[in-house]
Design a protein around this ligand. Sequence first.
Ligand code: PMT
Length: 401
Amino acid sequence: MQTKIENKNIVLGVCGGIAAYKSVELLRLLNKQGAKVRVVMTQNARSFIGPLTFEALSGNPVCFDLFQNIDRKNDASIRHIDWARDADVVIIAPATANIIGKIANGIADDALTTLMLAVTAPVLLCPSMNTQMYANKAFCRNLSTLRDDGYFIVEPEAGELACGDSGPGRLPEPKDILDRLLYRLAQKDLKNKKVLVTAGPTREPIDPVRFISNPSSGKMGYSIAKAAEHRGAKVVLISGPTNLLDPINVEVIKVETAKEMARAVFERMEDANIIIKTAAVSDYRPVKLEKQKIKKGKDEISLFLKKNQDILKELGRKKKDQILVGFAAETENLEINAEKKLAEKKLDIIAANLVNRSSSGFGSDTNKVVLLYKDKTREALPEMLKDDLAHILLDRIVKIL
Ligand code: PMT
């Protein structure tokens, strides 16, 4: 998969800032993704965190001195050159004003800055510092030089800082730095494309405190939205209620009911080149919305339901030169049912999704689908992470484009 960092050589540069503790978590996340990480620390970073922590977690010696013998048995390497040459990507997190000033001006006076002069791989710089320092003119000049030189800057977050000030300067959470790394590495094959994704369940209210819904977590749709953004698309995500954080750089529209989702989708459909509907939309809604909470009384009561509009079918009817992708959640006759929906809703692709096992469908991090195409071909995919499936689906869409 194009954005995978499995087996990639990553150099993680750590500078002396209060946020240095977050680079430990970043290292763990990179490890989890199968990357091989080598850590280079500045002398100042060692005042905040010990090299042993990084050594234990990375399984590699940590470099903090140009002249240090880190391979205790046989260290004949010219480390800053070897590590720079081996690197598929370099991340400096946190990057202080000092390191940014030095790199921008070609200064090489320690292990990290010397290595940086020899690096040809992509570099992510994650500035983190006091708000006033971040606004300082000399610093801004240096950062702008680095941006122009092709360095990828992961903007700091705004908020309360360790020094007590409030404003931009906080190192983003490690998962967000990882997300930007995947963005930086992804091929931008959806550049200039507008992608509309729906995700999550809908809720159809019965009374003020009860509703009809389903266990969709939104994970599949959010994975697709994230993957499309990484590949350069402008993404709108229309989401039912979920516990997920908004993907970075994606416009998220929150809805509750099928009617609200339909309205939001129809408002945005004209603009989209690609529409992917992973949302588990309620097929029915209660005919009557009780104004007050229904009181417990009779042993049996009836709930009358009315059919909701089929959003995807309507999209199929209205579509013009757009790619339309649906998901079919099935507990039986997977491919037969999905095939019917593909034709009925005039789709280009439908992902037939078996939802009666814990590792596929609702709520899980993994999914197993068969892709059915308009030209009647089909492709059974193995069970995989929803993040990976999102990229495979986009690969297939790019082929059609
Ligand atoms: O959110 P997760 O926990 O990650 O779970 C993912 C998922 C199981 C919800 C997802 O992979 C999935 O299968 N989504 C489709 C669920 C569904 O509603 O399937 P369906 O067969 O009922 O509908 C077929 C298609 O029509 C879907 O694309 C659906 O969005 C659309 N539809 C359905 C009803 C309706 N009124 N309007 C619609 O647009």
